[in-house]
Design a binder for this molecule. Structure first.
Ligand code: 6PG
Length: 263
């Protein structure tokens, strides 16, 4: 299991700036090392501030957008122009304002039947990494960065305590060894969701949680300080196999932490 780093910031703006600096640093290093940078975006409201920073100086000019490929960790099963769409939020917050080639933006097709949308996205991910000379056969792709949020109920991506763990047993994904993307039904706006699975996320080189606000103080304490109960708090299932795990939290969200010292 990887080292877990926790960084406590004054407020959302400050933690978002730290996230933007991490995004920039990882993108420059990845492109320098292998000519490409792959990042998975989170939905929800928290990352909006980060996305706005990426579309403004100094980040807009320094990020190697031409060699950056963006994916989503989850999506609501709605059309891309729907107010609930995670794609629409990112499009408005930064994608429409940075010089990233359209073919480098890999949207989850929430408008499709969930099973079809999941299959297409799984194929798109595998095709992308094969094209980059990455994993062959059933090996899990390795994203350079995955950005995640934390729901007040302990969910992350669209892995909710109420939804049965998606079937990731071997052979359940078109003959490949692990499911990368599944559909899940949730009692939330947009009903069905598409979500990346934990094996895929845990294979990333870097995972970054962004957690802000007093409303998250209770769940953050459970996830970071209480004995693990991933069936109740799916976010506890995020444990990168080899990659780094960083929690960027603000003081309000960290308000109940007693054991954790900033690392
Ligand atoms: C989504 C997200 C979800 C989000 C958490 C936190 O599609 O809603 O992917 O996992 O990260 O619900 O959301 P907030 O940032 O809005 O609190």
């Amino acid at each position: 299991m990887s080292e877990r780093k926790i960084s406590i910031h004054e407020d959302l703006e400050s933690l978002s700036r730290a996230a933007a600096e991490t995004f920039l640093d990882l993108s420059v290093r990845a492109v320098r090392a292998k000519g490409s940078f792959s990042a998975v975006l989170s939905g929800g409201a928290t990352p909006r501030t980060l996305y706005g920073l990426l579309a403004a100086p100094p980040f807009k000019e320094k990020i190697p957008w031409r060699d950056t490929d963006l994916f989503w960790g989850d999506e609501r099963c709605v059309p891309p122009d729907h107010p609930e769409s995670n794609y629409r939020m990112a499009e408005e917050a930064f994608l429409s304002r940075v010089p990233i080639p359209p073919e480098n933006v890999h949207r989850m097709r929430g408008e499709l039947d969930p099973a079809e949308g999941a299959k297409r996205y799984e194929d798109e991910i595998r095709g992308f990494f094969k094209g980059k000379g990455g994993e062959g056969g059933g090996a899990l792709p390795v994203f350079d960065l995955v950005i995640l949020g934390l729901g007040e109920d302990g969910h992350t991506l669209s892995l909710f305590p109420s939804t049965a763990a998606p079937d990731t047993s071997p052979g359940t994904s078109h003959g490949k060894s692990e499911r990368l993307v599944v559909g899940s039904r949730v009692e939330k706006p947009g009903g069905h969701r598409l979500t990346m699975t934990l094996p895929l996320v845990n294979n990333a080189s870097n995972v970054l949680f962004l957690v802000s606000g007093a409303g998250k103080a209770g769940v953050l304490k459970e996830v970071l300080e209480a004995p693990p109960r991933p069936e109740l708090y799916p976010a506890e299932g995020v444990n990168p196999v080899k990659g780094g795990l960083i929690w960027l939290v603000d003081k309000a969200a960290a308000g109940f932490l007693t054991k954790i010292k900033e690392t």
